[in-house]
Design a binder for this molecule. Structure first.
Ligand code: ATP
Length: 413
């Protein structure tokens, strides 16, 4: 039955995802026992696993999978001059209701007494890559075009944090600064647009809900000549998911950094030039939220409504769960533990032992965690060394030889 697109249904979806996240240990309200702290969320065991898998998939595609990408893990606290040069001290503001501009950077003091200096919690990971531009060039001698990539926390004192993981005060970014010759910017802008879309599809976003928005000049960030926002149809409306910006030479120029281009016009000023930058910027938390909203599903099983998360096996926090059919039969428990669970756990890591409640309850729990396969050791296992493997989406079961389980699962991821 096609889902009705009413407002109630949409609010419902958000509520269902938020409550599933808490119930199943993905995401909790930050400082919950003290009434919370607005704009902060804590990640539970399965949320951490999911986030790690999303990061890994990004890293594999954009760092390990390329020859022209150099990673960096810069400090969150930086010299305040960075934020003066980048324009953030003067202009990283949101309008207040009474017309007063409010700078959303968190200000802090580094050091004690007279020695104390002002610093900020970084509001974007990008600057950590720009200020290390010379280090990267000196250490690795990359030829244009090349990029730097970083995953890390960013902080913004958002005036109105809201909508679960969408607008937080502490969140994670996955950003790339791709350095190019100025004449090539349009070519690489298109190229990175394609790469971003490809990754979104790979990770499992519902691509029918992803839209491109050409951001008009008056709404672009102070550094950008062209920006595309990738927007997503969240239950609370169509809003930004990720951004792609042409930052020109704004940042390197302001930090007084340059590059010697040996391949182009070496006669001109000794080849000195300032590369331009294309910046694909991904919010990890928004990626996870959009993913949860993309994979959340409900259907009817045996006259009951069940909810499940249709993660790709490569992204699912748990790849398979192992159960003895009955937990009070030592021979089943022993077999499941030593002959199935131990070896799969050693091989894949993301394997869960689950003997709590009856089989039906275990399936429902694993469906909500998004576990693609549930393996059950039953009495037949003891005589023929096969287990039942239940598929999360179809609910169908097949018997697989214990000796073939590793290759069976490997094939799926
Ligand atoms: P918005 O307009 O929604 O405030 P932005 O345009 O300020 O976002 P950018 O500065 O382009 O966002 O940051 C890059 C990415 O970081 C965004 O595309 C988004 O995925 C993520 N991001 C930005 N602010 C937040 C936030 N408060 N909470 C969670 N993720 C965020």
């Amino acid at each position: 039955m096609p889902e009705k697109n009413t407002k109630e249904n949409k609010d419902d979806l958000m509520e269902k995802v938020v409550s599933l996240c808490k119930r199943r240990g993905f995401v909790f309200q930050g400082s919950e026992i003290y009434g919370g702290l607005a704009g902060t969320w804590d990640w539970g065991h399965f949320g951490v696993a999911l986030k790690n898998n999303v990061k890994q998939s990004w890293w594999k595609k954009f760092v390990d999978g390329r020859r022209d990408m150099y990673s960096i893990d810069a400090a969150i606290l930086m010299n305040q001059k960075v934020w003066e040069a980048s324009g953030h001290v003067a202009g990283f503001t949101d309008p207040m209701e009474d017309g007063k501009q409010f700078n959303v950077m968190f200000k802090t003091q580094v050091g004690a007494g007279d020695e104390a200096v002002t610093s900020y919690l970084r509001p974007e990971t990008a600057q950590g890559m720009f200020v290390n531009f010379k280090n990267t060039v000196d250490a690795f001698h990359p030829k244009l075009p090349f990029g730097t990539a970083q995953i890390g926390k960013a902080f913004r004192n958002e005036i109105a944090p809201r909508d679960f993981l969408f607008r937080q005060r502490e969140f994670e970014q996955m950003e790339i600064e791709y350095f190019i010759r100025p004449a090539d910017w349009e070519k690489y802008f298109e190229y990175w647009k394609g790469e971003m879309l490809e990754w979104m599809e790979e990770v499992g976003l519902d691509m029918n809900k992803v839209h491109e928005l050409e951001v008009p000049k008056e709404e672009r960030a102070h550094y950008s000549e062209r920006t595309i926002d990738f927007e997503f149809d969240y239950p609370f409306g169509r809003r930004e998911l990720f951004g792609l910006a042409y930052r020109t030479d704004f940042d390197l120029k302001n930090h007084k950094l340059e590059y010697i281009d040996e391949e182009e016009e070496p006669a001109r000023a000794g080849g000195k030039m300032i590369p331009h930058v294309i910046e694909p910027s991904f919010g990890l938390d928004r990626a996870v939220l959009a993913l949860l909203l993309s994979v959340y599903a409900e259907d009817e099983k045996n006259g009951e409504t069940r909810s499940y998360l249709k993660f790709n096996p490569s992204i699912a926090p748990v790849i398979c769960a192992v159960s003895p059919l009955l937990k009070n039969k030592p021979e089943l428990v022993e077999y499941a533990n030593t002959k199935v669970f131990a070896s799969l756990k050693a091989e894949f890591g993301r394997v869960m032992w689950d003997d709590n409640g009856n089989i039906g309850k275990r399936y429902r729990r694993q469906d909500e965690i998004g576990t693609p396969f549930c393996l059950v050791v039953d009495f037949d296992t003891l005589s023929n060394n096969t287990v039942t493997v239940r598929d999360r989406d179809t609910g169908e079961q097949e018997r697989i030889k214990v000796a073939d389980l590793k290759s069976y699962i490997k094939e799926k991821i």
